[in-house]
Design a protein around this ligand. Structure first.
Ligand code: AMP
Length: 206
């Protein structure tokens, strides 16, 4: 099954994508994670992406589309995949239709006022990439799952967050109408406990 997870930053796409992809046994492809790893490895794509990410802007379509096309051509994607964070513009969605049209698009919806708290309180594990909210952590520095060191993403700092939400509404939210028009959109209320959101997603795919 070829799936897309759509939704504003902080909606829980990453958390849900991890659970759903392992349940469906398809690779979880997060363009944000791909860029963060490219930055860590100081590749040319990473160096180009960094300045956009730090500003809360989208990386140019041509760069993202080329990276995703290369990734989807890999053998592990032959039986499907779950794309998390791509497409983010209508141009990317149109390019994806030509590469491999998705079967369903899960739109996880959370009101903006909740997103701000989720993003400023988010911590990510340097080892397992798990994400946690500080309100649920006994120790803000250590991953409760693997013991790795936790950090705050640069783009989760308040100055960048409002930019990312504006970019989402201006450039990514139009995809909701785009995929609804193609009859592939499943709208999920993401303002709920993660385990309940997970079950709602699975039932929407049945
Ligand atoms: P994420 O981890 O999905 O929140 O992505 C972090 C950042 O990576 C975004 O704010 C963008 O700067 C960049 N990024 C990730 N996916 C895309 C995409 N599909 N198109 C453009 N930029 C992206």
């Amino acid at each position: 099954m070829k799936l897309i997870f759509l939704g504003p930053p902080g909606a829980g796409k990453g958390t849900q994508a991890t659970g759903v992809s392992s349940h469906l046994r398809v690779p979880h492809i997060s363009t944000g994670d791909m860029f963060r790893s490219a930055i860590k490895n100081q590749t040319p794509t990473g160096l180009e992406a960094k300045r956009y990410m730090d500003a809360g802007q989208l990386v140019p379509d041509s760069v993202v589309i080329a990276m995703v096309e290369e990734r989807l051509a890999m053998e592990d994607c032959a039986n499907g995949y779950l794309l998390d964070g791509f497409p983010r513009t209508v141009e990317q969605a149109e390019a994806l239709e030509k590469i491999a049209a998705p079967d369903a698009v899960i739109d996880i919806e959370v009101p903006d006022e909740k997103l701000l708290d989720r993003l400023t309180g988010r911590r990510v594990c340097t080892k397992c990439s798990g994400t946690f909210h500080i309100s649920k952590l006994a120790d803000e520095k250590l991953c409760p799952v693997c013991g790795g060191e936790l950090y705050q993403r640069d783009d989760d700092k308040p100055a960048t967050i409002s930019n990312r939400l504006n970019v989402y509404h201006a450039q990514t939210a139009p995809l909701i109408g785009y995929y609804a028009g193609l009859g592939r959109l499943k709208r999920i209320d993401g303002d709920d406990r993660p385990e309940d959101v997970f079950h709602k997603i699975l039932s929407s795919l049945e």
